[in-house]
Design a protein around this ligand. Structure first.
Ligand code: NAD
Length: 484
């Protein structure tokens, strides 16, 4: 593959929460891979900043362990690892106090990109923004990267936007939704807007319905406390599923530029109709064998937080009137599978008669596992014996299509961090987008809370509650199977 990567200017990247789980598991391994790919400029530096009192050398030793754990020893070269680790520095800092800020200010260089990654608890985002400003660590060119969750409702998201806006311009704020950094998600835009084939059919005249599934096999694990205050709607739908829906449903932007793309996404969120109660199924996983129930995982027998949600949504505009979007996500499901399926309508008339059966084109965009796209087409079953039809996939798995280079496809986090360094906001959420998403989600959650609606139980390892299947059955449709 010929590399036509856009170069990155020298930078100082400060990772607040540089000793935390996200930094060790995703951000630093991602930066290492970009370093190995030759995308990190000569004098770029990464500065871990967290509460623990550590010397540079101890921090490097800790991150070396993280690289071994999350990339794997076999994939690491000692020489490259040493060169990468020499770019790392550490400052002990208190986001809620004054200690460490002078040292950080003294470490920052002039004439390089300054970026600050807020990989700390959301309660600290506002304080960090204020202190960065107050201590003169950030300047008018600096960029800040904000992790999810961005608020827990419209009011808190507005408040956070206001706090950030007091110190940073919108062009300096990069709100992460790592789904947008996935190769397939961007490929979805390439396929839609780079080919003449799909866009003429991409509307309610030809699309019967769309399914978006994000299924996980894990339970809430060690995040029980956080998750139980959020649930699937806040944790997954308001951000990730909504972003996927936007990319599928949006009108073609005039250019692939940050605000052009984000303006179109915003219009989709604003066109979402409120959801009818009958069109939502909330579930909570029960116990099965050795697998603990949701209640046991969060240590609260009375919890009515959902670990699964399925919904039928409508985008009220000319393009999509009459085409439902079914979205579902949940934990402890049969397989780890994320995909978008665009299910096209039947051919208007079958010349092959009823015996040929029902055949439909389905474009499947797989986010995981095996990122790729498949277009199901109908052909004649080979061989004699009359005209029998069969559906076959036109498959484009990146690993197959790109061969050994597929390994070089950057993971979501590394791509997004490098986009921050390039100053490209296209794959980051704008403040008004996040607020519009909460404005749509809030009344639904408020309704559950007011009525104290309890979710229905479902069996771990299943596809969610039976009621979720019914959501489609009643309209003579069915979910695509969740399987490895
Ligand atoms: P974590 O608890 O593992 O790490 C928190 C980090 O913040 C530590 O480095 C800690 O030293 C530092 N810290 C805590 N209080 C501080 C203070 N007062 N001053 C300075 N530093 C302080 O958390 P995490 O799992 O790495 O998550 C970080 C952020 O990323 C959170 O906002 C979380 O919601 C988000 N996030 C995490 C994941 C994930 O997979 N871990 C996924 C998506 C989003």
């Amino acid at each position: 593959m010929v590399s036509r990567v856009i170069p990155v200017d020298p930078f100082d990247l400060v990772i607040f929460g540089g000793t935390g789980d996200l930094a060790r598991r995703k951000i630093l391994p991602g930066l290492y891979r970009r370093f190995v790919a030759g995308q990190m400029p000569e004098d770029a530096r990464i500065i871990g900043a967290a509460r623990s009192d550590l010397a540079d050398e101890s921090y490097r030793a800790d991150i070396r362990e993280a690289l071994v754990e999350f990339i794997g020893k076999g994939k690491l070269s000692e020489e490259q690892m040493a060169a990468f680790l020499s770019r790392l520095h550490y400052v002990a800092i208190d986001a809620t106090g004054e200690s460490g800020w002078k040292a950080l200010a003294a470490l920052m260089r002039e004439n390089v990109v300054r970026a600050f990654y807020f990989s700390v608890a959301p309660g600290l985002f506002g304080e960090l923004a204020e202190r960065l400003h107050a201590h003169g660590v950030a300047n008018s060119e600096s960029r800040i990267v904000i992790e999810k969750p961005f608020g827990r409702d419209l009011e808190s998201a507005r408040e956070l936007n206001r706090t950030l806006a007091a110190h940073f311009d919108e062009t300096q704020i990069y709100r992460i939704d790592h789904y947008l950094g996935k190769e397939t998600v961007q490929n979805l835009m390439a396929v839609r807007f780079g080919n003449v084939l799909f866009e003429p059919l991409w509307n309610s005249q030809y699309v019967d319905h769309i399914q978006i599934t994000v299924a996980e096999t894990v339970g809430v694990g060690g995040r029980g406390g956080y998750y139980d205050r959020s649930g699937a709607m806040r944790d997954m739908v308001q951000n990730h599923l909504m972003q996927l829906l936007c990319l599928i449903a949006m009108e073609p932007p005039a250019r692939f530029e940050p605000d052009e793309v984000r303006d179109e996404k915003l219009k989709v969120i604003r066109a979402l109709e409120p959801v009818e109660r009958d069109d939502i199924v909330r579930g909570q996983y029960a116990a099965k064998g050795k697998i603990a129930s949701y209640h046991a995982d969060v240590d609260d027998d009375d919890s009515i937080t959902e670990s699964f949600i399925a919904m039928k949504l409508h985008v009220s505009n000319w393009r999509w009137a009459g085409t439902p979007f079914y979205v579902r996500t949940g934990k402890r499901l049969r397989a780890r599978q994320s995909e978008i399926a665009v299910v096209f309508k039947d051919a208007p008339h079958s010349i092959f008669g009823a015996a040929a059966g029902r055949h439909r084109n389905i474009l499947t965009i797989r986010l995981q596992p095996n990122e790729g796209m498949t277009l199901g087409v109908t052909i004649k079953e080979p061989g004699p014996g009359g005209m029998r039809l069969v559906d076959v996939p036109l498959d484009m798995s990146f690993a197959d299509a790109l061969g050994p280079d597929a390994d070089e496809i950057p993971e979501a986090y590394e791509r997004l961090v490098m986009d921050v360094m390039r100053g490209n906001q296209t794959l980051f959420m704008r403040g008004d987008e996040v607020e519009a998403a909460w404005a749509w989600t809030d009344p639904i959650i408020e309704g559950w809370e007011r009525r104290e609606d309890a979710p229905v139980p479902y069996e771990p390892g299943s596809s969610g509650p039976e009621e979720s299947a019914m959501l489609l059955h009643r309209e003579n449709r069915r979910w695509r199977e969740i399987r490895e």
